[in-house]
Ligand binder design. Structure first.
Ligand SMILES: [Zn+2]
Length: 249
């Protein structure tokens, strides 16, 4: 019946999700008196994956709390780094291919679907493999089956990478994963992978690794400096490189 009047204040970080009138502190909202606060917040456009603490009159309440007339509600964003129920592993939707390759470059376990398998299948995979679903699709992040989820706030891969690293703080082990398939790299000599190299490659570059899963060979080629710059910036800002299988120094 929409008879219960409450006031809401969203943390500025969450303003991207809500209508302009809800960005004012103390914006009035009418609820039906039976829906949970979590449901109310979600129905206003904010995925619960992005919501941290909920306060009513200065007291923290769980998402299942049912608001009553006159409640003053404060909705905060998730804390950073955000604790997860298990190791930080990720699943990225079809639109985040560049971010997927950059996370793998840093040695972060990152599954990626290069074809659109649909929200239901993505959510099921997140649950089955205990992976954080990363997406810019709010509808997908509303799905209950997700093991965990995170909205990717920027369109730009460099900012997307910083967003994910600052939020989930995964350990970084640069140059240990295949950027093509997420497989683990092993050290490889030029002899062992000769048949996979083109003539020019063999002459010019040092081979350093091969993917144990797909066989992709990695060497320090023309693009290496650009990738190395991404790695160095991420390590400087978000951690120290772990003991990877393949050292690059
Ligand atoms: Zn591979």
């Amino acid at each position: 019946m929409d008879r219960t009047g409450i006031r809401l204040a969203f943390s500025p970080h969450l303003h991207v999700f809500v209508a302009a009138r809800l960005r004012e502190d103390g914006a009035q909202v009418r609820t039906d008196g039976v829906s949970s606060l979590g449901h109310v917040v979600e129905s206003l456009g904010v995925p619960l994956t992005e919501v941290g603490a909920l306060h009513v009159g200065g007291r923290e309440v769980p998402p299942r709390y049912v608001p009553v007339e006159g409640d003053e509600v404060r909705v905060r964003e998730v804390t950073r780094p955000q604790p997860l129920p298990g190791p930080p592993r990720f699943l990225l939707d079809v639109h985040l291919g560049t971010l997927a390759r950059r996370l793998r470059l840093l040695g972060v376990d990152t599954a990626y679907e290069s074809v659109d398998i649909g929200d239901a299948a993505l959510a099921a995979r997140s649950a089955a493999e205990q992976r954080v679903m990363l997406s810019r699709d709010r509808g997908l992040l509303h799905r209950r089956e997700l093991w965990a989820g995170g909205y990717v706030y920027s369109h730009r891969p460099p900012e997307q990478l910083k967003d994910v690293l600052s939020r989930f703080a995964p350990p970084l082990r640069p140059w240990t994963r295949c950027t093509a398939c997420n497989g683990v790299l092993r050290e490889a000599g030029k002899e062992a992978v000769r048949e996979r190299l083109h003539g020019g490659t063999e002459r010019s570059y040092d081979v350093y690794a091969q993917c144990a899963d797909c066989g992709q060979v990695y060497w320090r080629g023309a693009h290496h400096e650009r990738l190395n710059a991404i790695v160095e910036e991420a390590v400087r800002e978000f951690g120290t490189p772990g003991q990877g299988a393949v050292a690059d120094r």
